[in-house]
Design a protein around this ligand. Sequence first.
Ligand SMILES: Cc1cc2nc3c(=O)[nH]c(=O)nc-3n(C[C@H](O)[C@H](O)[C@H](O)COP(=O)(O)OP(=O)(O)OC[C@H]3O[C@@H](n4cnc5c(N)ncnc54)[C@H](O)[C@@H]3O)c2cc1C
Length: 306
Amino acid sequence: MSMNQLYDIAVVGSGPAGLTAALYARRAGKSVLVIEKENFGGQITFSPKIENYPTAMAISGAEFAEKLLAQAEAHGTVLEMDNIAAMERQGAEFVLKGEYGQYRAKAVILATGSRHRTLGLAHEAELTGRGVCYCAVCDGAFFKDQDVAVIGGGNTALQDAVFLSELCTSVTIVQNLPELTGDPVLQQKIKELENVSVICEATVDTLLGEKQLTGIRILRGAEKTPEVLAVSGMFVAIGQQPENEPFASFSALDGYGYLIADERCTTDTAGVFVAGDCRTKQIRQVVTAVADGAAAALAACRYLDQ
Ligand SMILES: Cc1cc2nc3c(=O)[nH]c(=O)nc-3n(C[C@H](O)[C@H](O)[C@H](O)COP(=O)(O)OP(=O)(O)OC[C@H]3O[C@@H](n4cnc5c(N)ncnc54)[C@H](O)[C@@H]3O)c2cc1C
């Protein structure tokens, strides 16, 4: 692409939110550049199977992402591979600074997503989608009538455990701290569930299984006593990591690093919009990300047409 080209809209991030924003903006006649630092399609590409996106009974994340990308491209979206490390305002324009170039646009949509924190264990990446999961709502149904573990003790972990208890034979919560840290109401609910047990002061040490998770080895207590839990699913619920620091001077971040915005997808800065998992919201799913993409794109179009 030409470094001098001024786009109507630059979108940072090519997940479901960013690519949907591009589709809507292109169909409204705007020139659109989408900049992606890692893989086009975003984090959904790592999902082996999506069963909760309306109209698709079952589709792999990779195929879903491919279709999204093809649709955005067919409508004339320009794609660029770069990692945006900084953003500046120059008059009425925004300049996005990447490792390989600088990109100019009249409006910007931030769709940077967020990452699930991982445990950092050997084979964790290989076993992701093969027993190792980071989203109970997305993948819980694949573990019906099976034994699973939830790693973490905060609200997300406890909510995941409650959700999974209705599907799975047993749920074991493994928490590294001496006690659970989620809301007392959730803790009470956990106590009442017969098929949920809690192990505190324990860390996961080893993932068992080659092609599919067959169990986890945990180290318990101060003595770090090893114990194997025979589970076919492990749901890691130790938080998410948004990557919004380069944009913090344009839009306030909450205490967890999410861009503060409601479903209108507008920010503190006129001309800067946010969409998808990177913003403050309750439910981080494909269906909510694509909804944001549409809202942000149409808000950006209104801004440009003022
Ligand atoms: C294993 C797995 C399974 C899942 N299964 C389901 C499911 O079954 N159903 C469901 O609804 N949801 C599922 N999800 C959640 C779903 O993937 C997300 O909610 C959705 O992808 C969010 O879309 P997004 O566009 O907001 O962000 P993302 O998909 O996270 O995309 C953001 C993109 O921005 C890029 N980016 C970030 N910073 C920069 C930068 N500075 N410069 C350039 N590019 C940048 C990132 O590389 C990334 O590609 C799953 C997630 C995972 C990890």
